[in-house]
Each structure stands twice: as structure tokens, then as C-alpha cells.
Design a protein around this ligand. Structure first.
Ligand SMILES: *[C@@H]1O[C@H](CO)[C@@H](O)[C@H](O)[C@H]1NC(C)=O
Length: 429
């Protein structure tokens, strides 16, 4: 489909695509997968995101942002407030302690086989004038060794692009969506993809997937990311990776478009291979969904798996999802922003219940009923998302967000351990 709509001044990467298409008989093109160290056709991806580690988020580690003062609302302003030296010292300490080799062992012991590791462009292709500090890739190198030792595969996920692809604090910079407004931003992002592909070319037994860009916001009209720019960027990302090797999977987030709409794009008949869709499923960022009871949350998850994830024409993971049924976690909607759940979010939010116990605390402090409901919702999603390629939970560990903290949830029986265990089997049948 993109070949007919693609813009005329053929970019370098498209040339590579076409050259490959010409060089390889079409029957070979459909023979997949190509010597990957994980069989994405027949094995289920079961994994977790290592969020808030190499890209900081105010709700995952509130204490770090408090050290930056009230103006520190994202990694850009945090590092700006701290200054280069202060930021380097605080962030290095965080990188070295927040997640260690023991975490990789625990993830593997619970029956998982993948981790998704967010990293910002600023770690890979630092830009003059940015306040950010570097050193994350040394940690990522180490993480890949830990993953190999624990028999885990790694998705290297570019979570922040210059100009911000979604305006979320987790892109590094909260505010406007400027990524696609300047071709230089897009070029820098492609350079980051290429640099990651080259850096991990010798690690393809572990780094099986590179995700081009997390959550580009393409559904906001003129103020969001232009969909054609995004599609061209995905094609060019594939070309940059293929120029390095033939195997590494390119993962593409759906840009918040209906997943159906991606069928045909870089699909089985388009001459490209080892391409995966990533879709994210949350039921807490919408007032209507927050009114649902647990049965309704379960039904929504089952329906999403059956009707949306299942029918896609390429490998599809639900690369982020949660057991949370409130948006109460402190700073979840942004530093200094309230929650829809208790009506403190402002316009359009109304009271569903108190955030006591949900905003900050331990999983064991939640009521028995709350823990049972979360477990039920988690199990339904596990069943729903295994209908296709698999899933990655958001997120492994937090400073105190009990609805989101997989490490604690596994330890307290709120997340099935191993992840294939069920107390509520067949919820989606
Ligand atoms: C982006 O990269 C393309 C291809 O290398 C090049 O032709 C173009 O001039 C670059 N644009 C900018 C704004 O740097």
C-alpha cells in the first residue's frame, strides 16, 4: 500500500528496500522467520517493561523528581533543574541501582522470556544544547549481558524522539508534539535507530527487536503526528536496520490508530520481513472506562484481544498494559496533575472513589477485594493477549504504585507466578 502512496523523492532507505525486493525471489520473501533466536510464529512473548529506568518518569520514581524541585516535570526539566553535574550524579546512581542482574533472574524465574527497555534519543545521538546527560547505553550493554545470562530477549525501545512524538513526560519532554514538524527531528531519530542497530549487531541472539518509536500520537489532527510522515519513518527505520542485518525485528507502535488500519502496511505481501506491531492497552485514562466494574474491565480486555489483536496480518504484541483500574498513582497523569478517579484531574473528571491506598503504597496495603479484582483483570488480559504474539506488562518496578508494580505483584500473589498460572481460568472463552 505504501508503495503506491509513497512520496516521489525516493529516500535512501526505500532504495534499499527496492534493491532487496529485486534481489530476492518473492517466494523467498514469504519464508519467515529469518534465523531469529526466538520463534515469533510459535512461541508466546511473555515479558515486562523496565520502565522508569533509562528514561525517567515522575510517577515511577517520584522521589527523584522531588530532588529537582517543582519545575521538574519530565527528564528534560529534571536535568535542567539539576544541572549537568548534579543530573549526572543523581541519574547514574539511579541507573546503577533501580534494576540489577537479580531482577533479570526474577523475571526469568517467573516464566517470562522478554524485557522491553525504553531508551531516549538523547542517550544515543546527544544533541548540542539539550540538558540531558548520557551514560545509559553502558547500562544497556550490561543489561543485555544480564538478559543473556537469564535467557531473556530484549526489545530496545526508542521511547523519546527530538521534539517529542506525543507530548507525554515519558518522551523526555512534556508539552507540544513537534517531532514531525521538522525533518531534522525525523533524521536524528533514524540516526538513533541505525546507531542502535549497529551497536547491537553482535547481540542479535538477545536483542531480537528494535522498536522505532514509542507511542507516536497520530490521532490529534494537525497538532498530532502526521500519519504519512510516520509511515515513511517506519519504512526508513526498516531500511536502516536492514542495512545492518537481515534479522532484527522492527517493531512499530500503532500510533493510537485502530490496529486494523495497519493491515496491509508492511504486511506479508509488501516485500519486507520481520516486522511487528505493538499496541498498548489501558483502561484508566478515560472517564467512561473508569466507571466500569471489574467484570466490565475483563470483558473489554477479552474483546480487545479477540476483535482487535487477533485479526492483524503481522506479529502483534500488546507491548504495554496494566492491572490498574484507577489512575490514582501519584504523578501518573503528570507531576502536579490530579486523578480522574477521585475527580481531582479537573475538567470532565468526576468522583468514582477515593485514591487512598492506590496513590502510593504497597500491594499488601490494598484490600483483599482490590487484590483479587486486580488478579482477575490481569489473568483476563494474559489470556486475551496470548491470542496472538504475546504481551509485555507495564511495568517491572516502581517506588510505590501498587496497581502497576509487577515485582511486588508477583511476590504477593496478585500477578500469577509463574505467569501461566490461573486462579480464574477461561474468562475470555
Ligand atoms: C534528512 O535526510 C535525508 C536523507 O539522508 C536528506 O536528503 C535530507 O536533506 C535530510 N533533511 C534534513 C532536514 O536534514
Amino acid at each position: 500500500m505504501i508503495f503506491s502512496t509513497i512520496r516521489k523523492p525516493a529516500l535512501v532507505a526505500l532504495g534499499i528496500v527496492l534493491a532487496l525486493v529485486q534481489a530476492i525471489p518473492s517466494s523467498t520473501l514469504r519464508a519467515k522467520p529469518r534465523s531469529l533466536s526466538f520463534d515469533y510464529n510459535n512461541q508466546k512473548v511473555r515479558g515486562v517493561n523496565l520502565g522508569g529506568w533509562l528514561v525517567l518518569e515522575p510517577w515511577i520514581t517520584p522521589s527523584i523528581f522531588e530532588k529537582g524541585g517543582d519545575a521538574a516535570v519530565d527528564e528534560w526539566t529534571l536535568t535542567q533543574c539539576l544541572g549537568k553535574d548534579g543530573a549526572q550524579s543523581l541519574l547514574s546512581q539511579h541507573w546503577n541501582t533501580f534494576i540489577t542482574a537479580a531482577d533479570f533472574q526474577q523475571i526469568s524465574a517467573a516464566g517470562m522470556n522478554h524485557v522491553r527497555i525504553p531508551v531516549g534519543y538523547w542517550a544515543v545521538v546527544p544533541q548540542p544544547g539539550d540538558p540531558y546527560v548520557q551514560g545509559q547505553l553502558d547500562i544497556l550493554d550490561q543489561a543485555i549481558e544480564w538478559a543473556r545470562a537469564a535467557d531473556l530477549k530484549v526489545i530496545v525501545d526508542l521511547h523519546g524522539a527530538p521534539g517529542s512524538q506525543n507530548g507525554f513526560d515519558n518522551s523526555g519532554r512534556r508539552g507540544s508534539i513537534d517531532w514531525d514538524q521538522d525533518p531534522t527531528h525525523v533524521n536524528i531519530t533514524l540516526d538513533a535507530i541505525q546507531a542502535l542497530a549497529e551497536r547491537y549487531a553482535q547481540y542479535t541472539d538477545v536483542v531480537t527487536i528494535i522498536e522505532a518509536l514509542n507511542e507516536p500520537m497520530s490521532v490529534m489532527g494537525p497538532s498530532g503526528v502526521d500519519l504519512n510522515t510516520l509511515k515513511q519513518f517506519y519504512y526508513d527505520s526498516w531500511g536502516r536496520i536492514r542495512a545492518v542485518n537481515q534479522d532484527t525485528v522492527l517493531a512499530m507502535h500503532d500510533g493510537f490508530q485502530d490496529i486494523d488500519s495497519w493491515n496491509g502496511f508492511m504486511g506479508p505481501d509488501s516485500g519486507v520481513w520481520n516486522v511487528m506491531m505493538d499496541t498498548h492497552h489501558y483502561e484508566v485514562f478515560d472517564n467512561g472506562l473508569l466507571s466500569d466494574n471489574t467484570d466490565q474491565h475483563v470483558q473489554s480486555a477479552c474483546s480487545f484481544g479477540k476483535n482487535k489483536v487477533s485479526p492483524t496480518d503481522k506479529w502483534t504484541v500488546v507491548g504495554e498494559w496494566t492491572g490498574a483500574m484507577t489512575d490514582c498513582a501519584k504523578n501518573l497523569n503528570g507531576r502536579g496533575v490530579g486523578a480522574r478517579w477521585d475527580g481531582s484531574y479537573g475538567s470532565g473528571s468526576s468522583f468514582h472513589g477515593s485514591c487512598n491506598g492506590y496513590a502510593q503504597g504497597q500491594v499488601t496495603d490494598l484490600s483483599d477485594d482490590a487484590r483479587t479484582d486486580i488478579r482477575r483483570f490481569i489473568e483476563a488480559q494474559l489470556d486475551a493477549f496470548e491470542c496472538h504474539t504475546g504481551w509485555l506488562y507495564w511495568t517491572w518496578t516502581t517506588e510505590g504504585a501498587p496497581e502497576w508494580d509487577m515485582k511486588e505483584q508477583l511476590a504477593t500473589g496478585v500477578f500469577p507466578n509463574p505467569v501461566t498460572a490461573r486462579q480464574f481460568p477461561g474468562q475470555c472463552d
